[in-house]
Design a protein around this ligand. Structure first.
Ligand code: B12
Ligand code: SF4
Length: 522
C-alpha cells in the first residue's frame, strides 16, 4: 500500500516543492503530492504558467516570471525541488533548474516523460532524475534524503557520483492502481505563476473540467509516441495496461466534485478509454446513477465497438477523440507502426454517425515520410469519413528516443535540432495553425484537409479544388478560404455553446496575455 497515513507526523519538517510546467491539471504531479502528504511530508505545488487552450498558444516565460518562480521556491525553502518535465519544456526546465541550484542551492529532481526517455540528458541539468512512475520512487527518495542517507541506490532514480551516472533499474509497474490516493487539489501550499504575478491558490480548481485517469498505459506502440519507448523500458515489469476499479474511479469523481466549484465536465485522459465491455457496463451504471456530468474521452479506431460507444453516449459522452494520424494506410502501417486500415476508420466514422456522436479526429501533418500520393490518399480518406466531425491537426514532433525519431535521424531527414527537446515545436503552434509558415505544398494539403470537416463545404467542391493545379502552385487563396471556413465553424460552435449555456472561454483561456491569436483547425 502506497498511502500510509499512520506514518504522517514522523516526516514533518522535510519539505518538498513540486513544479508543474504549463499545466494546472498536472495529474501526475498531483498523485505525487498525495502520496507524499499521506506519508507526512510537507509538500507544495507551484504551477508555472498554463497553456492557453482557448487562444491556442503557449507563451515563453518572461524574465520576471522566472524570477517569481525562484522567489516562491526561496520563500518555501524546501529541502528538495521536483520538476515534471515533458520534452517540449526541456529548455524552460533547464533554465529554471540552473537558477534554483545556483541561487537557492537546492537539489532538483526531474521526472515525467522527458526524464524517462532522456535520463542522461536530464542528468546534465538536474541532480537526480526519476524514470517512469514516480509514486514509490519519490517516497523512497524523500525518505532517504530526510534521513540524510545516500540516494544513489533507489529503483527508478538515477543520479551522479563523481561525475559518473548511477543508473538504477526500474521497479515493477504499479499493479493495483486502486491503492493510490486520489490526485491532490486545493488546500494550502498551492501557487500559480502567470502574467508576471503569483496567485497563492490552486489554479486547478478554477477549471470547468476535472481530468481523471481510469487506467495507465496503452496497448499500442505507435512509432512516434513515447508509449512505445515506455513499453520497451518496462518490458517484463508488469502488465503495460492497468485498469482501476469502477468503484474507485467513481469515488474519486464524487470526492473531487465537492471541491471543484465550477465543475461542468469530466475529461477521461487515458490514452485509450476502456474497451472492456464488462468494465464499461459497470461504469455506465454507476456514472449515470451518481455523477451525471457530460464527459470526454479518447479512443483508438480499433476500439470503437458500437455497443461500447452506445453505452458511453447514453451515459453522457459529449466528445470522443480518435486518432487517424495519417490519411495514408501505407504511412500508418509502415512509418507509424499503427496498423489501422482505411476501412476500419471509415467504419468507425459510420458507427459515430449512427449513434449521433460527433467525433474529433486527430491528424498529424508536416510528415516528411508522406509522399504526394500519400497526401492525396489522405484527402480521399477524409472525404470518405462520415460527417459531421471535428478535426485536430498536429505538426509531427520528434520526441527523444522514439522509433520514428531514430529513423528520421538515421535517414538524415532531421537533425538533432529538430528533436523536441531543442525544437519545442508546440510553442509555435499547439494545434496546427493555418498561419504558421510552412512549405507551399504542405499549406495546400492542410487547407484541403481542413475543409473536409466543414459540413457547409460540399465534398464535390473540395474535390474540384484539389484538382485545380493552380492552388498547388499558389495556395494563398485556398489557405484564405480554409481560414474563413474555419472561422465560420468556430463561430457556429461558439454560438451553439452560448445557446446551450456552456462556458465559451474557460477561465484558463482568459488568463494568458494574448499577443497573437492562433487559428486552430476544427
Ligand atoms: C493526458 C495527456 C495530456 C493532457 C494533460 C492532462 C493532464 N492533466 O496532465 C493534455 C491533452 C493537456 C496534454 C498536453 C500535452 N501533451 Co500530453 N499526454 C497525455 C498522456 C496521454 C497521459 C499523461 C498522464 O496523465 N499520464 C499519467 C500520469 C500519472 O503520468 P505522468 O504525468 O507521466 O506522471 C508520472 C511520472 O511521469 C512521474 N512524474 C511526473 N512528473 C514528475 C516529477 C517528479 C519530480 C518525479 C519524481 C516524478 C514525476 O510520476 C507521475 C506519477 O506516476 C501522455 C502519454 C503518457 N503515457 O504519458 C501524453 C504525453 C505526456 N504528452 C505529450 C505531449 C508532447 C504533450 C504536449 C506538448 C502536446 C502539445 N502539442 O501541446 C502538451 C503539453 C502540455 C503540458 N503543459 O505539459 C507527450 C510528451 C512527450 C515527451 N517526450 O515529453 C506524451 C508522452 C505523449 C506522446 N506524444 O508521446 N497531454
Ligand atoms: S495509440 Fe495513442 S497513446 Fe497509444 S501508442 Fe499510439 S499514439 Fe501513443
Amino acid at each position: 500500500m502506497i498511502a500510509d497515513p499512520a506514518s504522517g507526523p514522523a516526516r514533518r519538517g522535510y519539505r518538498i516543492c513540486l513544479v508543474s510546467l504549463y499545466s494546472s491539471s498536472c495529474i501526475g504531479l498531483r498523485y505525487l503530492v498525495s502520496v507524499l502528504k499521506s506519508r507526512g511530508f510537507d509538500v507544495s505545488l507551484v504551477v508555472f504558467k498554463e497553456k492557453n487552450i482557448a487562444l491556442d498558444l503557449m507563451e515563453l516565460p518572461t524574465e520576471r516570471e522566472v524570477d517569481l518562480l525562484v522567489d516562491v521556491i526561496g520563500e518555501l525553502d524546501p529541502d528538495l525541488v521536483g520538476i515534471g518535465v515533458r520534452s517540449s519544456f526541456f529548455k524552460i526546465a533547464s533554465r529554471a533548474t540552473l537558477r534554483i541550484r545556483e541561487e537557492l542551492h537546492k537539489p532538483v529532481v526531474w521526472g515525467g516523460s522527458h526524464g524517462t526517455v532522456a535520463p542522461e540528458q536530464s542528468l546534465g541539468v538536474a541532480d537526480l532524475v526519476c524514470l517512469g512512475e514516480g509514486e514509490e520512487a519519490i517516497l523512497d527518495l524523500a525518505e532517504h534524503l530526510s534521513r540524510g542517507e545516500d540516494p544513489s541506490g533507489i529503483p527508478n532514480v538515477w543520479t551522479k557520483r563523481n561525475g559518473q551516472i548511477v543508473a538504477n533499474p526500474l521497479r515493477p509497474l504499479i499493479g493495483d492502481l486502486d491503492s493510490l490516493p486520489f490526485p491532490d487539489y486545493g488546500g494550502e501550499g498551492k501557487f500559480f505563476i502567470e502574467g508576471d504575478r503569483v496567485v497563492r491558490r490552486d489554479p486547478g480548481l478554477d477549471a470547468f473540467n476535472l481530468d481523471v485517469l481510469t487506467s495507465r498505459g496503452c496497448p499500442y506502440r505507435c512509432s512516434y509516441c513515447c508509449n512505445s519507448t515506455f513499453r520497451t523500458l518496462y518490458a517484463g515489469k508488469g502488465k503495460p495496461v492497468r485498469l482501476r476499479s469502477v468503484g474507485n474511479v467513481l469515488e474519486e469523481i464524487r470526492t473531487q466534485k465537492k471541491i471543484f466549484p465550477r465543475l461542468k465536465r469530466i475529461d477521461f485522459i487515458d490514452e485509450v478509454f476502456s474497451w472492456e465491455k464488462e468494465w464499461v457496463r459497470e461504469f455506465v451504471d454507476g456514472y449515470t446513477r451518481d455523477i451525471r456530468l457530460p464527459f470526454h474521452c479518447m479512443q483508438h479506431p480499433l476500439t470503437t465497438d458500437p455497443e461500447i460507444m452506445r453505452m458511453l453516449r447514453d451515459a453522457g459522452l459529449e466528445r470522443v477523440e480518435i486518432g487517424i494520424q495519417s490519411g495514408s494506410e501505407r504511412v500508418r502501417r509502415e512509418i507509424f507502426e499503427r496498423p489501422v486500415s482505411d476501412q476500419s476508420l471509415v467504419e468507425a466514422s459510420r458507427v459515430m454517425r449512427g449513434l449521433g456522436i460527433v467525433p474529433f479526429y486527430d491528424l498529424i501533418v508536416d510528415n516528411p515520410f508522406e509522399t504526394p500520393e500519400d497526401k492525396r490518399q489522405g484527402l480521399d480518406l477524409l472525404l470518405r469519413m462520415s460527417r459531421p466531425f471535428y478535426m485536430h491537426m498536429f505538426s509531427l514532433m520528434y520526441f527523444p528516443g522514439t522509433v520514428l525519431t531514430r529513423r528520421a535521424l538515421g535517414e538524415k531527414i532531421i537533425t538533432a535540432d529538430d528533436v523536441e527537446d531543442r525544437a519545442a515545436k508546440s510553442f509555435g503552434q499547439m494545434y496546427v495553425s493555418l498561419r504558421y509558415p510552412r512549405p507551399r505544398l504542405e499549406r495546400y494539403w492542410i487547407s484541403l484537409y481542413s475543409l473536409t470537416s466543414k459540413r457547409f463545404v460540399p465534398k464535390p467542391l473540395i474535390r474540384l479544388l484539389s484538382r485545380a493545379g493552380f492552388f498547388r502552385r499558389h495556395p494563398k487563396p485556398l489557405v484564405a478560404f480554409a481560414g474563413l471556413c474555419n472561422s465560420v465553424k468556430l463561430g457556429l460552435i461558439a454560438a451553439k455553446w452560448l445557446w446551450e449555456g456552456k462556458p465559451v472561454f474557460s477561465s484558463l483561456g482568459k488568463r494568458g496575455r494574448s499577443q497573437k491569436r492562433g487559428s486552430r483547425i476544427v
